[in-house]
Ligand binder design. Sequence first.
Ligand code: FES
Length: 562
Amino acid sequence: MSRRTGLDERPTNYGDPAFARYLRRSFAKSMGYSGRMLDRPIVGIATSASGFNNCHRLTPELTEAVTRGVLGAGGLPLEFPTISLGEVFLSPTSFVFRNLMAMDVEEMIRAQPMGAVVLVGGCDKTVPAQLMGAISAGVPAIQLVVGPMMTGRYRGERLGACTDCRRFWARYRSGEVSEPEIAAVEDTLAVTAGTCAVMGTASTMACLAEALGMSLAGSAAVPAVHADRLRIAEATGAEAVRLSTAGTPPDSIVTGRSIDNALRVLLAVGGSTNAVIHLAAIAGRVGLSLDLRRLNDLSDSTPVLVDLKPTGQHYMEDFHAAGGVGAVLHELRPLLNLECRSVTGQTLEERLRDRPSFVDRAVIRSFDEPFQRTGGLLALFGNLAPNGAILKRSAADARFFEHEGRAVVFTSLEDLAARIDDPALDVRPDDVLVLQNAGPIGAGMPEAGYLPIPSTLARAGVKDMVRVSDARMSGTAFGTVILHVSPECAVGGPLGLVRPGDRIRVSVKERRLDVLLTDRELESRRSALVRPPLPSRGYAQLYVRSVLGAELGCDFDFLRRP
Ligand code: FES
């Protein structure tokens, strides 16, 4: 029997496939499609727009362009919604819903008849969720990111969400910026549709999707409002029709070698710490583990090439104009696995055959004259982080790379909020701020790892301190912030055993993070721990029961490929 294709794929189960086909076509015809249209290959368009998602505001226009591309290439485009994760609108944090979205994407791709799917999204957790879901669904897929925002202006100064949001907020907290000024800045930080204007998590994941080969060459950095974004959407639609015929599954594109390429790009663009978690989760969907020691090896041999906020000074629109991911790949060429193929079938070697005609070296440096000699991210290990922790060294203060300090401990997010600005807080600039119980199970792993400088110190001019937590940090943030400490406090991780006044030692040279306590002392403190109760119901309970550690991407244990 020939394979069912188009609308006939994955029939509803009535125990009578012919009836299912007849019924499905009848109902599809109620939408006005001709029989000839319904015989075409179907391309699903997974969208994720919502009134709670500013980044995806132009999704309808993008979808229209994808539709144009699919129709022009002889396919039938059928849009379908999945949940939408607007970064700043979700509580406790969008991160806990990434796996829910990945499940939604996977199940809706698998359940509905489509030969290929275009994944339209961009805001932080969306691209990882879409890639994770599509890989597990096993249907040919192509990513289309919505593109970054343009910058705004405040009194002649260029501003972009969200590195400048944080910079101004820190200045407001230290008293440098007044109440009316911060209100005026609020109007100018995010001025167009699209994802954050710097190399935050969304931009990083867009670059990684292109580096993995899951989106079209040259598509990652084109601004959301640029006409090229629509042309890319149209081309993506056309490519999806070809993919539906070729039947190329995502796990033939996302492989150990393409993940290695993506890690190189992550390091070279000074990308977000969150991307390490997302890439680990994506790797898990093809049955691989992301080795954090391998990240360190790559970090030592991959320079930061891109001078972009939060690491440098430029914005995503500059990165696009400077040459984008293609220019970065050209510089990294000797380090890349060139045999990797993208969704178009083109190998990386074929893509990089011709050098770009123009690269703005103020934004994308050459391999020989990089922005920073070594990669932006490092994994640290030690008795405080047996399974690893992450430091974005490109955004950290090198004064703290070899540092020992007294622990100032906050036992929860609530404790942090209550005491960080207390004038009576006993804290000095060389102390180490520790936030406990903010990991995946403890608190949904919010972007709280960028602990504010206590206001008594901020007002005295202190700009950075060593901060350690099992939380995450926004990709747009900066500072000497050690994150993703694993195992997390809520499962008895050693970070939860630290007490005020303990000495903590950081060594970037040795890749270590330790508390200066004996194993015996740690064990005796651990035996006194009381585990928090499980949430009583619903997704929160599923999450706490099933979420894995940061080193495994915080995916659910039952969603990783064995
Ligand atoms: Fe959506 Fe920053 S808020 S990418």
